[in-house]
Ligand binder design. Structure first.
Ligand SMILES: N[C@@H](CCC(=O)N[C@@H](CS)C(=O)NCC(=O)O)C(=O)O
Length: 212
């Protein structure tokens, strides 16, 4: 039994999608951001972030992208990542790390602008810059997807889960995802998966309309 520590509409969403998709027996452990971080959670992950995944042997993993690759490798029959060492696998690293290193920090700037300034008066400016970045970056993601519908043509991979998670964080203050045709086509295909739908439902995200 896997245990995934999460909070709503967080970086736990993509690992949750992967657990659902591979059919791994799992339970969810809610972390309430309105309360102090539980000491027993910090003993697992001292970085004051979710997600954290604990496997059936008590091994602990954090960082959403790392958890996704680990689950894809633990459950190869689900076909969520190409063979290690293949060119496609290299491109999958590239795609996931691009989103983890470029888009995720821009959302971080939006959600926590106070952590990026020395003077509170600058917070709105940081948030505005984050929106500019996100508009630009979603355009680049659109180009990366191409014909799709998924990043790797017809094949669903963990990159699609990562993008469906970022899409759920998006808001109209950034940019409507509907204006990116390849992103939208990808979302239509990815969000139709029962695994992704289950996670969207759990996080009370009302499907694609909520992302437009
Ligand atoms: N790069 C990390 C980021 C994790 C992260 O930023 N999680 C947020 C929720 S989406 C969090 O725990 N924030 C709490 C905080 O920073 O105080 C990952 O992908 O796992």
């Amino acid at each position: 039994m896997f245990r995934l520590f999460y909070t709503y509409v967080s970086a736990a969403m993509a690992p949750h999608m992967a657990l659902e998709e591979v059919g791994a027996s799992h339970e969810l452990a809610f972390i309430d951001f309105d309360q102090p971080w539980p000491e027993d959670y910090l003993a697992l992950n001292p970085h004051r972030k979710v997600p954290t995944l604990v496997d059936e042997n008590g091994e602990v993993f954090y960082q959403a992208a790392a958890i996704l690759f680990h689950l894809a490798d633990r459950f190869p029959e689900a076909g969520l990542a190409p063979e290690p060492g293949s060119a496609e696998r290299g491109h999958l690293y590239q795609t996931v790390f691009f989103m983890a290193e470029m888009l995720q920090p821009s959302y971080h700037m939006h959600f926590y602008p106070e952590r990026h300034v020395t003077a509170p008066a600058c917070e709105a400016s940081v948030d505005a810059k984050a929106s500019e970045w996100l508009t630009d970056l979603w355009g680049r993601i659109d180009t990366m997807i191409g014909e799709g519908p998924h990043f790797f043509g017809p094949n669903l991979t963990i990159a699609d889960f990562y993008m469906a998670m970022l899409a759920a964080w998006n808001g109209p203050q950034h940019t409507s995802l509907r204006k990116y045709p390849n992103v939208w086509r990808n979302l239509e295909a990815t969000v139709a998966r029962p695994s992704v739908k289950a996670v969207y439902d759990h996080n009370k995200i009302a499907g694609l309309d909520a992302l437009s």
